[in-house]
Design a protein around this ligand. Structure first.
Ligand SMILES: Cc1cc2nc3c(=O)[nH]c(=O)nc-3n(C[C@H](O)[C@H](O)[C@H](O)COP(=O)(O)O)c2cc1C
Length: 206
């Protein structure tokens, strides 16, 4: 085992790593400057694996869930409807920490969860869901998807509210988490597997 006072507390402590993961996820959700504010969600596409950046919007350590918001018409929703297994990747470049999460995605659309979330979303973000054409629709011209009159301005409240029809919250039930920490004294990698009664904690070779 390496002795070095400059090593972070979690270096050789698998329980601290687990807590560190959730605390970084929580910070990622709150702080738009955090590198964990964005994450990369992979789903199973028709032909190729499919991956995209999303903003981390929900984190619940007790319930073992994370989540993001999206347009219910987007391709990722089709993927998830066909296969709800997803992988989420996060990387903090400065901290040299990569976290990979396997989980089962659940689509919330026009239910009590989305009602509560939608009521707290800012108008600027609501506008994203008022786009006329589904994300991924072909266009003969460059397009933002917004009707011309709302290109540079917010639609009036009653039109913004129509976006609710397209709004989805994807909640991911975490099933496994993998941690990778890069360090010149030796990298550290660990895996956490969620079981109904307990969480398996396992060091693995980087
Ligand atoms: C920084 C950044 C943040 C993004 N956040 C989201 C998001 O929170 N939700 C979302 O649906 N798309 C988000 N996108 C767009 C997606 O990456 C993607 O292009 C879009 O959702 C369509 O993906 P799909 O066709 O795979 O469904 C974001 C893109 C970037 C670059």
């Amino acid at each position: 085992m390496v002795e070095n006072n400059n090593l972070p507390d979690h270096y050789n402590d698998i329980d601290k790593i687990y807590d560190e993961i959730w605390s970084r996820l929580k910070i990622g959700k709150k702080d738009r400057n955090s590198e964990f504010h964005q994450c990369y969600v992979a789903s199973t596409g028709n032909e190729f694996p499919s991956v995209r950046t999303v903003v981390l919007r929900h984190v619940n350590k007790d319930q073992l869930t994370i989540g993001f918001h999206t347009d219910v018409r987007s391709n990722k929703i089709n993927d998830i409807n066909n296969n709800s297994n997803v992988t989420v990747l996060l990387y903090d470049h400065a901290a040299k920490i990569q976290v990979k999460i396997n989980g089962i995605a659940e689509i919330n659309h026009k239910n009590t969860n989305t009602e509560a979330i939608w009521s707290n979303i800012r108008d600027f973000s609501k506008k994203c869901y008022s786009v006329q054409y589904a994300p991924g629709t072909n266009s003969n011209e460059p397009t933002s998807g917004y009707p011309d009159q709302y290109e540079d301005t917010l639609p009036p409240p009653q039109e913004l509210e129509l976006g609710y029809e397209n709004f989805a919250h994807v909640s991911i039930a975490v099933k496994a988490i993998e941690w990778l920490y890069l360090h010149q004294n030796g990298h550290r990698r660990a895996k956490f597997t969620i079981n109904p009664e307990h969480i398996d904690r396992q060091w693995i070779a980087p």
